[in-house]
Design a binder for this molecule. Structure first.
Ligand SMILES: Cc1ncc(COP(=O)(O)O)c(C=O)c1O
Length: 286
């Protein structure tokens, strides 16, 4: 048996197995909370500023005051990372509107937020580089998917529908336009040019998306953030998915039909190399 995982709950480090939250917690009752997933490479949180900025935006969007000072988050995350052995891991952060005495839909007059951080294993670099299968599904989620809300039932149902169809991930579309994956950002490559849906409230501003856009710019890969039509997926030479835990992964099939040649494409291989180098530099603390 490995060392028991250590988590942070409301100001204290403790064994994950002994952490307790009230059934009155509004995260449990309403999904009234937000979260982040932050990869750590070699014990160094990757793109911490961007993750903390998105957390602050999510908290502001649900009118929940930030329970920790801006300097407080890095310290707590460092504690949890070190308590779990440093190295590569994924930190999960959740803040909910706490546990008032009664269940009422409106915000409680008084309630301390619940702050929870845990560590999970991070897939190895390139773990998804062999490729993913996908299925196209209609995006049936709410209109504020830019908030990283813990209320993920639609995402759960969409991912499950993909898995039930024999696929790894769902690619979502609404009114003929690609939004994102059930838990990932979508990119297409056509004629050597990269494109990803422009940001709007119907999709999450992925931190990995930002990294890929920066790497593309840095290495002179033409790239556009613009509306991407669902039909473009079928004409693309390459389709990729990205997320904090998947990094960047090539899509080999959509509903059983091969994307391009049905193998990871050359533009993906270039991006994968750039990303892996960045991951290694982060782990070395650069
Ligand atoms: C719905 C959704 N879109 C996009 C992403 C990618 O975001 P990030 O790159 O910050 O992990 C995620 C990550 O979990 C997600 O859940």
């Amino acid at each position: 048996m490995g060392t028991p995982a250590t988590c942070y709950l409301n100001g204290e480090l403790m064994a994950l197995g002994s952490a307790r939250i009230s059934p009155l917690d509004r995260g449990f009752l309403f999904g009234d909370g937000v979260y982040e997933v932050i990869p750590c490479y070699g014990g160094v949180p990757f793109r911490l500023d961007a993750h903390l900025r998105r957390l602050a935006n999510s908290l502001a969007a649900i009118e929940l005051p930030d329970p920790l000072s801006p300097a407080g988050w890095p310290e707590v995350l460092e504690q949890v990372c070190q308590a779990n052995g440093g190295g590569d891991q994924s930190l999960y952060v959740q803040v909910t509107r706490g546990c008032p005495e009664q269940r009422t839909h409106e915000f409680p007059a008084r309630s301390e937020p619940t702050v929870f951080v845990m560590s999970s294993p991070l897939p190895a670099a390139g773990a998804f580089a062999d490729g993913l299968s996908t299925t196209l599904l209609e995006d049936l989620r709410w209109a504020r998917c830019d908030i990283k809300a813990v209320a993920l039932l639609p995402n759960v149902l969409l991912r499950q529908a993909a898995v039930a169809a024999g696929a790894d991930e769902a690619i979502l579309h609404r009114d003929g336009w690609v939004t994102e994956g059930a838990a990932s950002t979508v990119f297409i490559v056509r004629g050597g040019e990269l494109a990803t849906p422009a940001l709007h409230p119907g999709l999450l501003p992925g931190v990995t998306r930002e990294v890929i856009l920066e790497l593309a710019e840095h290495h002179g890969l033409p790239c556009q953030c613009r509306p991407v039509a669902r039909d473009e997926l079928h004409e693309a030479d390459e389709v990729w998915l990205s997320s904090a835990t998947k990094e960047v992964a090539p899509v080999l099939t959509i509903d059983g039909h091969p994307v391009g040649h049905g193998t990871p494409g050359p533009v993906f291989e270039a991006m994968r190399g750039w990303f892996t180098r960045l991951r290694q530099e982060t782990a070395r603390g650069r």
